[in-house]
Design a protein. Structure first.
Length: 135
């Protein structure tokens, strides 16, 4: 069963959007299309390599347990900073400003970090498929 709400029917309230998303998620689970084990393992191995390189650069030798712990935190950090970046691009910074990406005369240059978080975003770049950069 496919449920859809077209734009012509008017906007949805936040509660209705949440219910629509839940229904879509349940339908996806019912089809068995939620097995992301291979992709998750590949992404985690990328962060394991980064953690090993960082440890080697500092002259550290880390145990497999410590490697697993640090790589999980590196993945969580990158995904959290990516969510922050996405959130900041969707929401106005103050009530009087237009959305990010709109041309504003007093807008800061986007190629320069404006906060410590922006600097960390540049250091911990996620996989190219998530960053919007060409592969």
């Amino acid at each position: 069963m496919v449920l859809s709400v077209s734009a012509r029917e008017g906007g949805l309230t936040p509660e209705q959007r949440s219910l629509r998303a839940k229904g879509a998620a349940y339908a996806l689970h019912a089809k068995g299309g939620t097995n992301t084990r291979a992709a998750t393992a590949a992404q985690l191995s990328r962060y394991e390599r980064q953690v090993l390189e960082d440890a080697a650069a500092r002259g550290e030798v880390i145990t497999p347990d410590e490697l697993a712990r640090r790589s999980r935190y590196a993945l969580k950090s990158a995904m959290t900073l990516l969510a922050l970046k996405a959130s900041r691009s969707r929401h106005p910074r103050t009530a009087g400003q237009k959305r990010a990406g709109a041309v504003m005369s007093a807008a800061p240059l986007r190629d320069q970090p404006t906060t410590d978080c922006d600097a960390k975003l540049e250091v911990l770049t996620p996989h190219p498929i998530f960053s919007g950069r060409p592969r």
